[in-house]
Design a binder for this molecule. Structure first.
Ligand SMILES: [Mn+2]
Length: 339
């Protein structure tokens, strides 16, 4: 038996913040492209089951056309697809999946814990869908039939009470548990995994993303990447003596064309705003934003100019001279600021 575990696709996600429309549109298509490739992979390896562990889509923005696009892809699959709905696509009466005829190979879980039985695979798949943004249930005393391979499919945050927290005792009753909600992939217990989001969805989602592929015959569990872009936090430390073009080249050399960058400028410079504007005009990337944490090295001016001030101080000390000196100091310091 071969199983694909995925989740947190957030189809039709609303990209908040500074992303330009053409960038967010490309990211939205990235999710569809990755989904298409996962389904192709499924047919290639002849997977039996695809588990979607919630947050397949975002309710506010997902429309009937999107749903049909998804269902058309499902219809081409040889595998059976199982879906639990999570906090972003929760299953209440107005969920679009309840308004259409679903393909024969698609199974969706209700708001009560239940299972689908695949007798030819001697397998039962358990799951439950959220009925609202926050969802909590207690079913820890469930008994599973050991004559079956028992698989759990849940959208759960094991540490946050609002998102279907589940106990270790409960999870360990299953042969495998496919979890969704946390975008970072990883192993929770020997039988329990987060697949992570299918692709990275924000600067919080570092590194590559994809699916988990289980081959029960070979007894292997592996992560497979399906993302083509990464969100990268790039910290750049400037030194005062660096020229604009040196800074530009230093950054440009680290940029890969498909990725999105948050460039964090640190260190000291004489012209924090100018250098930011220069980079904005000259850097080339699919997308970048600049977080400017540069310190203006104005103090250095004061030290250098102190010499001139001392020189002025050494002249005559008449009232007029003193006033002239104060004016000169002020002027010198203001020049420093302007630069
Ligand atoms: Mn979620």
């Amino acid at each position: 038996m071969k199983i694909i575990h995925t989740g947190d696709l957030h189809l039709k996600k609303f990209y908040k913040g500074r992303l330009p429309l053409e960038v967010s549109n490309k990211l939205l298509e990235d999710s569809w492209r990755a989904l298409y490739e996962v389904f192709e992979f499924s047919n290639e390896v002849q997977a039996d089951i695809i588990l979607i562990a919630g947050d397949l889509f975002e309710r506010e923005f997902f429309n009937l056309r999107d749903l049909n696009r998804f269902l058309d892809l499902v219809k081409k699959l040889n595998a059976k697809v199982f879906i639990v709905f999570g906090n972003h696509d929760y299953l209440s009466e107005d969920n679009l999946f309840l308004k259409v005829n679903l393909p024969e190979n698609l199974y969706i879980f209700s708001n009560e814990l239940d299972y689908f039985e695949l007798s030819e695979l001697k397998t039962r798949i358990y799951g439950i869908s959220y009925d609202s943004f926050a969802f909590k249930k207690d079913f820890n005393d469930i008994k599973l039939d050991q004559n079956f391979i028992n698989i759990g499919l849940f959208h759960s945050d094991l540490k946050d009470e609002r998102y279907l927290p589940l106990s270790k005792d409960f999870l360990e009753k299953f042969n495998y548990v496919a979890l969704g909600h946390i975008h970072k992939r990883g192993k929770v217990f020997d039988n329990t995994y987060y697949s992570g989001s299918l692709i990275p969805l924000s600067f919080k989602d570092r590194g590559k993303r994809g699916i988990i592929f289980l081959d029960d015959d070979k007894k292997t569990i592996e992560f497979k990447d399906f993302s083509r872009r990464e969100f990268v936090n790039l910290e750049i430390n400037l030194k005062k003596e660096m020229t604009y073009s040196e800074v530009l080249n230093l950054i440009q050399d680290q940029i890969e064309q498909n990725n999105l960058y948050r460039i964090i400028l640190k260190g000291e410079t004489l012209h924090p705003r100018d250098i930011e504007n220069f980079l904005k005009e000259n850097l080339s990337a699919f997308y970048f934003e600049i977080q400017n944490e540069l310190v203006d090295s104005y103090e250095e001016y004061e030290i250098r100019d102190k010499y001139i001030i001392d020189l002025l101080d050494s002249f005559a000390s008449s009232k007029m001279e003193q006033e002239a000196r104060e004016l000169s100091k002020k002027f010198i310091l203001e020049q420093g600021y302007d630069n």
